[in-house]
Design a protein around this ligand. Sequence first.
Ligand code: URA
Length: 241
Amino acid sequence: MRLAKFMARAGIVSRRRAELMIREGRVRINGYPVDLPQTDVCENDSVTVDGKMIEGIESKQYVLLNKPVGYISTAYDTHNRPTVISLISGVEARIYPVGRLDADTSGVLMLTNDGELAYRLTHPRYRVKKVYHAWVNGLPNDRILNQMSCGIIIDAGKTAPASVRLLEALVVNNTALLEITLAEGKKRQVKKMCAAVGHPVRKLERKSFAGLIATDLPEGLYRHLKQHEIDALYRMVELKV
Ligand code: URA
């Protein structure tokens, strides 16, 4: 980020005033005086004005991505696979995914740099709803759907009650489309639940996260959340709006 913008973001002065201060020689990066407002500042640089250190304050950003298959939901990958962050251009803040979707899962993924909100949205206490559409092998009967709704054992623990509905049954292909709504988020939970009842997942898409949906948002694109959506998330996890 440009030095003058960094100072303005930190909330100490306006961009114009920051430029003036820089030209007056009052600003140093890592101890060295700089006089060009367009000088780049990196994450680890220390910036002082008249000898006093200033802290960077990033504005809060809230983004909803329609994640395509093939991208991993971490900020970095040691195996050099493409990350969801590589799909977000034009957001200067260091945003990160709220929870995860597997690389082969598509759909709604929220990213933010609002740490407290992200923490609460993924905390089981707030029972934030996630809606998935899962194409599974075979045709699960009512007994199985009921079993999945009530809770089944995966990873040596029982899943919380969930809503599981049969949306489509393609008898000729021997596949079915289930809508599964979870209020918890164990690792690979949908795939494990379906596999545990003998109907492994072929394809998985998240349709909604905390009420957020990706209507009119093509795969691979993102949008900023609207203020009323952010307010609703805050209320959902008992944060003050
Ligand atoms: N459950 C899964 O199995 N995978 C996901 O990506 C999300 C939920």
